[in-house]
Design a protein around this ligand. Structure first.
Ligand code: SAH
Length: 244
């Protein structure tokens, strides 16, 4: 039996941003696995088994997906946004490293529109020059590393996209990040809070970093901090193409 595993990104929320490639994989799937709210975005149909699971179960979920594919099922493992950006694709390859019996499973990684790109498009072009992305979740890395990366990103004058800025279990992390950024001299920089982009709850707010408050971000917010040249033109925010 030859099954398959597609690791697919559902985009930031709007169904119009699901790629045709991902839609085709979902249409051919026998099984869809993923974090409960993401599986909830996949329409039920005859012959499709949905396997929602809890957020913290990434490695188990990846192992389950590989096992089902090895049994001959056509499995799609869904993430929001892009599956390779702070999401399930890495978990699958970690599981594969630990389980050589699955090395022959046909795996495909299907890209999606990551939150950072959807957020940037709403604001204008804040990622139009060099930028980096940092995951503020300290579940899998120490805060010291986040602190170091924030400071070095400022020193390199990158625009910075922050994923997972704030959650109920780590309410203080984003406040610490704002403190580090102010200490690093970013008070005058523009900071964009892009909440639930491309959904009915979308809300975008741009302020100077010195005026930013921790409550402006929650777990559905993608934060973009401009570089030192990022500016406004009318209602838009953009990073000029030239840097010195
Ligand atoms: N793989 C996903 C990211 C998963 S991490 C992607 O590529 O987008 C989860 C974080 O992504 C959230 O805490 C938030 O920072 C961001 N995010 C996901 N969807 C979002 C949306 N519609 N609007 C704003 N931020 C979003």
């Amino acid at each position: 039996m030859t099954g398959s595993l597609a690791i697919a990104g559902l985009g930031p929320g709007d169904a119009a941003l699901i790629t045709p490639e991902v839609s085709a994989a979902l249409n051919e799937a026998t099984d869809v696995l993923g974090y409960t709210p993401y599986v909830g975005r996949v329409p039920a149909r005859e012959g499709l088994r949905l396997h929602p699971s809890d957020n913290r179960m990434e490695l188990n979920r990846a192992g389950d997906a590989l096992k089902l594919a090895a049994e001959g099922r056509n499995v799609v493992l869904v993430s929001s946004g892009d599956p390779g950006v702070f999401a399930m694709a890495s978990a699958v390859f970690e599981a594969l490293e630990g389980s050589p019996e699955y090395r022959d499973v046909a795996i495909r990684v299907l890209p999606g529109v990551t939150a950072m790109l959807a957020a940037a498009a709403r604001a204008g072009a804040p990622l139009g020059h060099d930028f980096c992305a940092i995951n503020l979740s300290d579940n899998l890395k120490p805060w010291e590393l986040i602190d170091k990366r924030l400071r070095l990103a400022v020193e390199a004058d990158f625009s910075i996209a922050l994923y997972n800025p704030r959650s109920a279990s780590r309410p203080e992390g984003f406040e610490r990040a704002l403190h580090v950024l102010r200490e690093a001299g970013c008070g005058e920089r523009l900071i964009i809070f892009a909440h639930a982009v491309t959904t009915a709850k979308e809300h975008i707010e741009t302020v100077r970093l010195k005026d930013a408050r921790p409550e402006m971000a929650d777990m559905s917010t993608l934060v973009i901090i401009g570089n030192s040249a990022t500016r406004r033109v009318g209602r838009w925010v953009y990073a000029p193409r030239r840097a010195s």
